[in-house]
Design a protein around this ligand. Structure first.
Ligand code: PDD
Length: 278
């Protein structure tokens, strides 16, 4: 794989970043993941806008202009010849002697790489996925997409150890979101429910697109918190993210939803999202 690091395209084995980079030492960095479908970026402007917001919230600068960043995305996709998958990019505050105080003149680092993988034609879309609920132990600024991913990583490991595919995080009795996705349930009367935007969750780009599609389809949407108990009684459930698009959830904490296969509304939303993304 050819990766991009601070101005250069190099084979991944040759890519270098300073041991003093604050992304490495302190998790002082932000990232984005845009999906690639038919060689094209999906909803990329929204990812760029969210990146800008993350940078502003952390008082961090751009390493290049937005236009240059998009050129690098296209180039890294081209060089790796990716038709379907994702482009990952992260900006860290840069290298400086270790100190909790932000360095005055560090140069932000930009790293970018692609991951070729199937998003549309995946088995989970037909079988649905299972989740378990675990305690949300993350920090309180989940609206900022930082590279500090140890808590969600532990949550996912707990899910895997329990034989499930992923974890839904719970705080004060309510589901916040998935380990790396937004969580939705569909009530028995067909209402789509997902937590409203706040600092408690990442403002998912796919979430926003799916809510728009749902409204266009005349589906009822409620942006509010829900408990695991309400989720157990749901007719359907699903998650959204750039890496999964819309993925039906058929089992929550070993309670099977409906007849244990992806429901009609989640499946329809997945189909419509893919159509839109193409
Ligand atoms: N994860 N919530 C969390 C905590 C996430 O990490 C993500 C994305 C989402 C979904 O956001 P979006 O629809 O904008 O991808 C929600 C990315 C894909 C990742 O870490 O790989």
């Amino acid at each position: 794989r050819i990766v991009y690091v601070n101005g250069e395209y190099v084979p991944e084995e040759e890519a270098k970043i300073s041991v003093f980079d604050r992304g490495f030492l302190m998790g002082d960095g932000v990232y984005e993941v845009s999906s690639i479908l038919d060689g094209k970026l999906v909803d990329n402007d929204a990812h760029l806008a969210r990146l800008e917001r993350s940078l502003n919230e952390l008082n961090m600068g751009w390493p290049c202009t937005k236009e240059e960043l998009v050129d690098i995305q296209r180039e890294v996709i081209r060089r790796n010849d990716v038709e379907e998958g994702a482009v990952y990019w992260q900006i860290t505050r840069g290298a400086a002697d270790r100190d909790f105080v932000f360095p005055k003149d560090a140069k932000p680092s930009l790293v970018m790489f692609t991951q070729a993988r199937k998003i549309v034609d995946v088995p989970a879309a037909k079988t649905g996925m299972s989740v378990i609920t675990v305690q949300d132990i993350r920090w309180h600024r989940r609206d900022i997409k930082t590279v500090q991913l140890l808590a969600p990583s532990l949550a996912k490991m707990e899910a895997k150890a329990a034989g499930a595919d992923d974890a839904w995080l719970v705080e004060d009795g309510y589901v916040t979101e998935g380990s790396s996705n937004n969580a939705f349930i569909i009530t028995q009367d067909g209402t789509i429910v997902t937590r409203k935007l706040s600092n408690d969750i990442l403002h998912g780009i796919t979430r926003r697109a799916v809510l728009k599609i749902a409204e266009q389809e005349g589906l009822k949407v409620e942006e509010r918190s829900f408990t695991p108990d309400e989720a157990y009684d749901a007719a359907e459930a699903f998650i959204t993210s750039a890496s999964a698009f819309v993925m039906p959830v058929v089992k929550i904490d070993n309670r099977i939803l409906g007849n244990g296969v992806p429901g009609p509304i989640a499946s329809k939303l997945r189909e419509l999202y893919i159509e839109m993304a193409k």
